[in-house]
Design a protein around this ligand. Structure first.
Ligand code: HEM
Length: 409
């Protein structure tokens, strides 16, 4: 009995404390000009509602929060779970001169010259072997593209080939990724705890935290974006045979000029105009990156509303991607719209972010997906196995896998 009284007292006190905090927050922020809306629950804010409702949450909030422009005083504002797991020196956690310096270091690692001379040959070599012997099998293309993105970056970063070391590393890395998008609750069994522990795996005895954070950031940033875009491209190509036909034409023409063992080189990559269009259209329609997060470093005025210091702003790029004025008939999968290259330089092209934080791995990501598609469509045809389901929020994924039956082309 005493136990139940104690439990009741604890719950009641927590409730009182939360309500008081909620009220205090409302009073604290009752300034003229604040965007309308509620503060949500203490600690959690509106995160759980956001993760539960996804796009509908944003739709409900859109009329109340008009946040269109990024300007001075806005720095990345990614969730605590992500910062804890990716490390305090990771590129999204730093700004000002440190960011400039880190970004410069990164850009030199993935510059067009580096891709042409060093990375593309490795990517080609990796894809050739990763995509071998898929014929006459039912495979989960989600699993295959995840392994592909991870193992390919491991090969680029550490020169590690697909082996038992890589396999061991991979399962820890997958936990890390899931942990970055979780509530930061450090209890046994939570995704956050698992992700945080995976970060501590330091088999190679690296002592420099900055290097570890950079490597984790590199692997992390290119992992989900590249794997999910590849998986969704396979999905859309399956559903749109005329697009697949056009894409195959492009790749078979490249193959026709080569011996079977010749790798894809920079000129081949640059000639893949329709492939690039397929990748952009896939990213747009699937909205692989739903949006980007920013945090205010001082009280700011945006579109007539005051945004207090320390508040987070979610720049919801999905809305832009589906805007019928920018992309006519926005819900149709139409890669041809991207054949006009000027679309890629419009300021509403937000697939790779924008401004000083624009994705430094853009060309690398496109080169990896293009090489994957090259070997996939020139070697195989495929059909979907029934029962596949896709969700688009909070991340684009096939919760039970995306199974396809593969045969030789
Ligand atoms: C299709 C593939 C990819 C997509 C769609 C994509 C998308 C994005 C987006 C939207 C941002 C902006 C985030 C923000 O503004 O807060 C970003 C940043 C970033 N991306 Fe990518 N990305 C891709 C591939 C890659 C690859 C392969 C790498 C590996 C080098 C990479 C590394 C980064 C890094 C390090 C940042 C942070 C840049 C900074 O804060 O200055 N990305 N990416």
């Amino acid at each position: 009995m005493a136990f139940f009284i104690v439990v009741f007292a604890v719950i009641f006190s927590l409730f009182c404390f939360s309500s008081a905090l909620l009220r205090w927050n409302e009073l604290r922020y009752r300034k003229k000009g604040l965007p309308p809306g509620t503060m949500g629950w203490p600690i959690f804010g509106e995160t759980t509602e956001f993760l539960k409702q996804g796009p509908n949450f944003i739709k409900n909030q859109r009329s109340r929060y008009i946040l269109m422009n990024e300007s001075k005083g806005l720095v990345p504002g990614y969730p605590q779970s992500m910062l804890d797991i990716l490390g305090k020196c990771n590129i999204a956690a730093v700004h000002g001169s440190t960011h400039k310096y880190m970004r410069g270091a990164l850009l030199s690692l993935v510059s067009p010259t580096m891709i042409r001379d060093h990375i593309l040959p490795k990517v080609d070599h990796f894809m050739r072997s990763h995509l071998s012997n898929w014929q006459d099998h039912v495979i989960d293309i989600q699993e295959k593209t995840k392994e592909m993105a991870f193992l390919s970056s491991l090969k680029q970063i550490a020169g590690i080939e697909s082996s038992s070391t890589a396999q061991e590393f991979m399962s820890e890395f997958f936990k890390l990724v899931v942990g970055t998008l979780s509530l930061p609750i450090d209890l046994p069994g939570t995704n956050y705890r698992r992700g945080f522990q995976a970060r501590k795996e330091n088999k190679y005895k690296l002592s420099d935290e900055e290097i570890i954070d950079l490597i984790i950031t590199l692997a992390y940033s290119g992992y989900e974006t590249v794997s999910t875009t590849s998986m969704m491209a396979v999905k859309y190509l399956h559903d749109h045979p005329h697009v697949l036909e056009e894409l195959r034409k492009e790749h078979l023409a490249i193959r026709a000029k080569k011996k079977p063992e010749d790798p894809i080189n920079w000129e081949d990559y640059k000639s893949m105009k329709f492939t690039r269009a397929v990748i952009f259209e896939t990213s747009r329609l699937a909205t692989i990156v739903n949006g980007v997060l920013r945090k205010t470093t001082k009280d700011m005025e945006i579109n007539g509303f005051v945004i207090p210091e320390g508040w987070r702003i979610y720049v919801y790029t999905r809305e832009v991607n589906y805007d019928p004025y920018l992309y006519p008939d926005p819900l149709s999968f139409n890669p041809w719209r991207w054949m006009d290259r000027s679309l890629e330089s419009q300021n509403y092209f937000l697939i790779f972010g924008g401004g000083t934080r624009q994705c430094p791995g853009k060309e690398l990501g496109i080169a990896e997906i293009s090489t994957f598609l090259h070997y996939f469509v020139t070697r195989y045809r495929w059909e979907e196995v029934e029962g596949n389901k896709l969700v688009k929020f909070p991340r684009v994924e096939a919760p039970n896998g995306l199974r396809i039956r593969v045969s030789s082309y």
